[in-house]
Ligand binder design. Structure first.
Ligand SMILES: CCCCCCCCCCCCCCCC(=O)SCCNC(=O)CCNC(=O)[C@H](O)C(C)(C)COP(=O)(O)OP(=O)(O)OC[C@H]1O[C@@H](n2cnc3c(N)ncnc32)[C@H](O)[C@@H]1OP(=O)(O)O
Length: 208
């Protein structure tokens, strides 16, 4: 008989077990510098000489890091719970402040990198924030491993950059394999920016 695979969160699922990382000390500063680089990459207006230098230095960084590329769940990105966005550049820099069966609350800011137009956030960034919150809510509520079947966002006001934002999500109801989640994105004073609803469906055996 084969040994159970300890990398699987649930032997019926193909999703790897989530294991928080203890990142090396410089990892957080590395990620923050990368975030600043992203902010600059989308806003600088420089000469070709500057872009040539930036291109060459970026190529050096790629050369430095490429040998260390690792499979999902091995490196500290996305698993560093003490870092904004769990240390993942994909995730906007939000910190989870509350994580329990009642709700999951995270606080953070959107930055220049997240600009849509007219000085405010790109609408496509908000579903990412909601989806991540829904995933956390499923974990926190100890629901079975699930994937997002749908996600609906109502944009109530434009979302500002460089202003503290709070997202709070909770389980609305459970129907068999289905967990319905609702969440609200607000400013610190409670101003509602967006609200969302999502359906997370419990995976069946063999579903990726
Ligand atoms: C140490 C601890 C710290 C933890 C700290 C955690 C940190 C870590 C956080 C990470 C957070 C990332 C969270 C990302 C979460 C994703 O974003 S997952 C990626 C995006 N989602 C996907 O790719 C899903 C793709 N779709 C699928 O795989 C399949 O369609 C699904 C969703 C599994 C469902 O397929 P299925 O099993 O064939 O489902 P099916 O039998 O058709 O439907 C089941 C039920 O759901 C309903 N349903 C299905 N789809 C829909 C729909 N779109 N609309 C309405 N109803 C639907 C059906 O009607 C049916 O209802 P009932 O008849 O049972 O009443």
């Amino acid at each position: 008989m084969s040994e159970p695979d300890s990398d699987k969160v649930d032997l019926r699922s193909e999703i790897p077990r989530f294991r928080p990382a203890a990142p090396p000390p410089s990892f957080g500063e590395f990620v923050e510098n990368m975030r600043r680089l992203q902010d600059l990459a989308v806003c600088v207006d420089a000469t070709d000489e500057v872009y040539q230098q930036a291109r060459d230095r970026a190529a050096e960084l790629v050369e430095l890091l490429a040998p260390y590329a690792a499979r999902e769940g091995k490196g500290p990105a996305n698993r560093s719970m003490d870092l904004p966005g769990r240390g993942s550049l994909l995730m906007p820099p939000f910190h989870v402040e509350k994580f329990d069966e009642e709700s999951v609350v995270a606080r953070g800011v959107l930055r220049r990198y997240h600009l849509g137009g007219g000085g405010v956030a790109h609408g496509g960034v908000l579903p990412l924030i909601f989806d991540d919150n829904f995933g956390n809510v499923v974990y926190a509520a100890k629901r079975p491993i699930s994937r997002t079947a749908y996600l609906h966002v109502n944009y109530r006001k434009v979302t500002p950059l460089d202003v503290p934002l709070i997202i709070e999500g909770k389980v609305d109801r459970v129907e068999g394999r289905k967990t319905f989640i609702t969440a609200r994105l607000t400013e610190e004073d409670g101003t509602l920016l967006a609200d969302g609803e999502g359906l997370m469906v419990q995976l069946l055996p063999g579903q990726p």
